[in-house]
Design a binder for this molecule. Structure first.
Ligand SMILES: [Zn+2]
Length: 434
């Protein structure tokens, strides 16, 4: 057995590795952030790490060499940015090491772009200085990881106002305000980022909404609503997941029918949707749907529990119904009826900024609990060695930072050896695991 293994290894070592050639190194910067683009003749395989004293970002590229043209571009990078103090490149084994030195720790995000539209394959390294570290998707030490993307779909919009409440309060306005609050909360949380499906007062057919989210490689899709019911007494928030076998309650089927009708307002699109139905029905039977439905229900239970702390619940369980907007075989989704806009008391609450914020925070808390327990393997949250840092900005307080990162004030103090709750602008804090 080991002889075979030895032969295999020998064979592998004997294979000539075609080194990639880095043809150009470009740099652009604006304010406190910068982007490094490494162009090569073939896709690069790389690893990114960060070191301190001095702060530097190290990009190790496997099996690659630097062209003379790219080599000549390197010194210019320093003068082009206020962020970097030195840039070096050196061969390392059969590969290449790029070192970007800076005065202070930078937030780094990297990704690869394939060749296309006359462009070579590219490796992109985004750097951000202290002022932007606020969005601490983290000075994560280690490999290139990604944020968990939460797509937020503000229900209705444009020519579809949604339900109407007293004093002509339109559902589309309430859902959009809430969606923006939620996006702001998500974008402040390390390891997460938001994607707003609807931007402004625009009409979007239902299926286009999840399609847009999928294009952004969203991990989760949240559709926000505030519906009307025939009975103005009806009140309370509800969380819906997709059902493949009928609605769990009469309200659920009533609301699903109402929401699904949104596409009829769009006219032409509804015809197109009908013809799409069999394919979707088939996909619903697939195995991937099983994972999607399970994740949706799990997150739904967590979100419902959190919402229960700030609002009355219409039903104590996650309800199921056939909402079109939730029918993505590969994208876990929930539809949240944040309350009944047809109920005068609730309508007033739903337009209150403070209430919207508390509701948005509750939704995010539920999502966060799930992803902390089940982080996608390539996400920042999955990296147990991830070191989160925060550079204190004007207006930050210890209690607010503790809430933002989901840790206790005591844990923050202990990790950073703070005697009291005083912090100073520019100070770098290490955020302990939540
Ligand atoms: Zn609605």
């Amino acid at each position: 057995m080991s002889r075979w293994l030895g032969m295999l290894v020998g064979l592998w070592l004997a294979l000539p590795v075609q080194a990639a050639v880095v043809e150009a190194v470009r740099f652009s910067s604006s304010g406190d952030s910068a982007r490094l683009v490494v162009e090569s003749d073939r896709p690069l395989s790389y690893q990114l790490s960060q070191l301190t004293n001095p702060a530097r970002v190290v990009v190790d590229i496997a099996a690659a060499t630097l062209s003379p043209a790219a080599s000549a571009q390197l010194p210019q990078l320093v003068s082009r940015s206020g962020l970097l103090t030195a840039v070096r490149a050196a061969p390392r084994g059969s590969g290449l090491r790029l070192v970007l030195e800076s005065q202070a720790a930078l937030t780094v995000n990297s990704f690869k772009l394939p060749a296309g539209a006359g462009l070579s394959p590219r490796l992109v390294v985004d750097l951000a200085g202290a002022a932007r570290v606020n969005k601490t998707m983290a000075a994560v030490v280690g490999s290139a990881r990604r944020n968990i993307v939460i797509a937020i779909d503000a229900g209705h919009g444009g020519k579809d106002p949604g339900a109407l409440g007293p004093h002509n309060i339109q559902e589309k306005r309430v859902t959009y305000e809430l969606a923006r609050e939620l996006a702001a909360i998500i974008d402040r949380a390390p390891g997460f980022e938001s994607y707003l499906v609807r931007r402004g007062d625009q009409f979007l057919p239902l299926r286009q909404r999840s399609a847009k989210a999928r294009k952004q490689r969203a991990d989760f899709f949240i559709s926000i609503h505030a519906d009307a019911f025939t009975n103005p007494q009806a009140n309370g928030a509800s969380v819906y997941a997709l059902s493949t076998s009928g609605a769990t309650s009469e309200t659920a089927s009533f609301l699903a029918e109402r929401e699904n009708n949104a596409d009829l307002i769009g006219g032409v699109d509804s015809l197109h949707l009908v013809s799409e139905e069999p394919a979707v029905a088939e996909a619903l039977l697939g195995l991937s749907m099983d994972f999607t439905l399970r994740t949706s229900s799990e997150v739904g239970e967590l979100v419902l529990k959190e919402i229960g702390k700030v609002a009355r619940l219409h039903k104590k369980r996650v309800e199921k119904a056939a909402f079109i907007v939730l029918k993505s075989p590969d994208l876990p989704s929930l539809l949240i009826e944040t309350g009944f806009i047809s109920n005068p008391t609730e309508a007033r609450r739903l337009t209150d900024r403070n209430y919207q914020r508390r509701m948005a925070q509750a939704i995010f808390n539920g999502l966060r609990s799930h992803y902390q327990a089940h982080p996608p393997p390539d996400s920042h949250l999955a990296d147990p060695a991830a070191i989160r840092t925060h550079v204190v900005a004007r207006g930050d307080t210890l209690s607010e930072l503790a809430a933002r990162y989901g840790v206790s004030q005591r844990a923050l103090r202990e990790r950073n050896q703070l005697a009291g709750s005083a912090i100073r602008i520019g100070q770098q804090l290490i955020i302990p695991p939540g």
